[in-house]
Design a protein around this ligand. Structure first.
Ligand SMILES: Cc1ncc(COP(=O)(O)O)c(C=O)c1O
Length: 443
């Protein structure tokens, strides 16, 4: 076993392999991170990295932001937890702040839980209670997108539109009443059309699915405004207005899964603000605290009030320290207009990456918004065969050069650039140079 005074990277990795469930990512990176500040993390051997993936796009305002440190240090010494049986100050203050920024008009309410999956799961449960109250029916169907990712619980894995998360688990990932729709993935259009001549068929087709493949009792359409794990797939600008209109025509509501796109990641406070449509329910987590476990659901009051006392809860939900962190994160975003900076820096970075695409044939597409950017690698631009091994190599070589990036996407060949949002222009320029060098080497 590892003794603290004799800690070493190899000993920790060895111990983890022996003691942890082997369900972690296939390519778990062989470094032990011991410190983080802003966009920089340091490993046990003292090597520094520029973090371009922010712990699965979660540490939005940077590692150990001083205002978050101050807030959590204050409460860590005073009180950690109360449960929902009592009230506490940070969770009360956070609710005031959250309802002000939620991307829908009118009266709103919030609920706290501990993760993104729990927020999504709770959102669907709330929808069912709302439908029961509104039209006295429970058996409503939920529409979700191919290539989506909504979490790892039974229901959220069912909602997820990627079989790689479901293999060998058919019985628990096929909860009835979930229908998966073709994705608005223009680079690999399910209808083999070109945007904009396609006239957003992928959205219009939803009506056909409802009419011919469901009971037509539609409860909700749940979607990520930009599909993160699926490969940073940003739907065309008219997609959500059209899709949500159809869903509402059939009596359904719209749940925005903002777990990854929320809290300034895409250049707006919430990702759906890029699309000129209001959700009815919003699921949140990740960037909400920038580093502590907390999830939340926001809903229009009319919907939230479908829950009755005792219908739903979560032990750690209103956790004092996590809520204090979230409050500090919202203050920082609003005071420093982080989303506006991200919109600008993201646009510039995407332009520069598209320059790189002109130079390197292996780059099939560069896409995204703000600092949620995907670079899809292909072996051949005509066949679009995913360059999976090459993507994994890019990540390895980048790490050796001191940059941490993500690799994923439905086809496993999308480089994910989702750094802490406080990353500097200079850090990004250097990362871009490193990427250019690494891709040249691989090509
Ligand atoms: C869009 C989206 N929804 C839900 C989840 C699940 O969140 P968690 O891992 O906190 O349960 C994720 C995680 O990556 C996500 O990206």
């Amino acid at each position: 076993m590892i003794e603290e005074e004799k800690l070493s990277t190899s000993k920790i990795i060895e111990s983890q392999k022996k003691l942890m469930f082997p369900c972690m990512p296939r390519y778990r990176q062989p470094i032990v991170i011991v410190e983080g500040k802003g966009a920089i993390v340091k490993d046990l051997d003292g090597k520094e990295y520029v973090d371009l993936f922010a712990g699965y796009a979660a540490v939005n305002i940077g590692h150990c932001h001083p205002k978050v440190v101050e807030a959590i240090t204050y409460w860590a010494q005073k009180l950690h937890h109360t449960s929902y049986d009592y009230h506490n100050i940070p969770s009360a203050l956070l609710a005031e702040k959250l309802v002000k920024i939620l991307p829908m008009s009118g009266e709103k309410k919030v609920f706290y839980c501990t993760s993104g999956a729990e927020a999504v799961e709770g959102s669907v449960k709330l929808m069912r209670k709302y439908m029961l109250k509104k039209v006295n029916k429970t058996g409503f169907e939920v529409l979700t997108l191919r290539y989506s990712f909504h979490g790892r619980t039974h229901l959220t894995t069912t909602l997820t539109g990627q079989s790689k998360y479901k293999k060998g688990m058919a019985a628990v990932v096929s909860i009835p009443g979930v229908k998966i729709l073709p994705a608005p993935y223009c680079y690999r259009c399910p209808f083999k059309k070109e945007y904009p001549e396609c006239d957003i068929l992928c959205a219009k087709y939803i009506e056909d699915v409802i009419k011919y493949e469901t009971s037509t009792d539609i409860g909700a359409f749940i979607a990520e405004p930009i599909l993160g794990e699926g490969g940073i797939i940003a739907p065309p600008k008219e997609y959500f207005t059209e899709a949500v209109k159809i869903v509402r025509d059939y009596g359904g509501i719209f749940i925005a899964d903002e777990v990854q796109t929320g809290f300034a990641r895409t250049g707006k406070i919430f990702g759906i603000e890029n699309y000129n449509v209001e959700p009815d329910i919003v699921a949140m987590a990740k960037g909400l605290t920038s580093g502590l476990p907390l999830g939340a659901i926001g809903a229009k009051t009319e919907i939230a009030d479908a829950f009755e006392p005792g219908d739903h809860s979560s032990t750690w939900g209103p956790n004092v320290v996590s809520c204090a962190a979230a409050s500090a994160v919202i203050d920082v975003i609003l005071e420093e207009r982080v989303h506006e900076k991200v919109e600008k820096i993201g646009r510039e970075l995407i332009n520069e990456l598209q320059e790189l695409q002109r130079k390197h044939k292996i780059i099939g597409e560069v896409r995204g918004r703000g600092l949620m950017i995907g670079i899809e690698l292909v072996k051949d631009r005509n066949t679009k065969t995913p360059a999976v091994d090459e993507a994994v190599k890019v990540r390895e070589y980048m790490r050796e050069m001191g940059y941490l990036i993500g690799v994923g996407g439905a086809y496993g060949s999308t480089l994910r650039i989702e750094p802490p949002l406080m990353i500097t222009k200079e850090q990004l320029e250097k990362a871009l140079e490193a990427l250019d060098t690494v891709i040249s080497k691989i090509e």
